[in-house]
Ligand binder design. Structure first.
Ligand SMILES: [Zn+2]
Length: 110
């Protein structure tokens, strides 16, 4: 399970690196460009792409936090136990989402 989490972490980190780089590139492309976002179709597209990338980046950073917490639980010996109800999390769920902190029932409740 530790390997699974490490793989997931590496993948998420790579995604964050790509997104950060992408946002930097879009920002750099905007520099020295005095065109008005509102009236420049290309500017609007760039702004849209940048906000999409920013949203994805935020999600990935949250994911990274969830993974770090899962590693903590692994070290504490509580991994695989729902943080809400204390029941074991189904193995199939952990295989799909090794960073899952809650069982299906508690996750569904939010
Ligand atoms: Zn639960």
């Amino acid at each position: 399970m530790r390997d699974l989490l490490e793989a997931e972490r590496a993948e998420t980190q790579a995604l964050i690196d790509r997104l950060t780089q992408g946002i930097d590139e879009v920002s750099a492309a905007r520099e020295g460009d005095n065109s008005d976002d509102e009236h420049d179709p290309e500017g609007a597209t760039l702004a849209f792409e940048r906000s999409q990338a920013a949203t994805l980046l935020e999600q990935s950073e949250n994911r990274l936090e969830e993974i770090a917490e899962a590693v903590d639980r692994l070290n504490a010996g509580t991994f695989g136990t729902c943080i809400d109800c204390g029941r074991p999390i189904a193995e199939a769920r952990l295989e799909a989402r090794p960073y899952a902190a809650k069982c299906v029932n508690c996750a569904a409740r939010g």
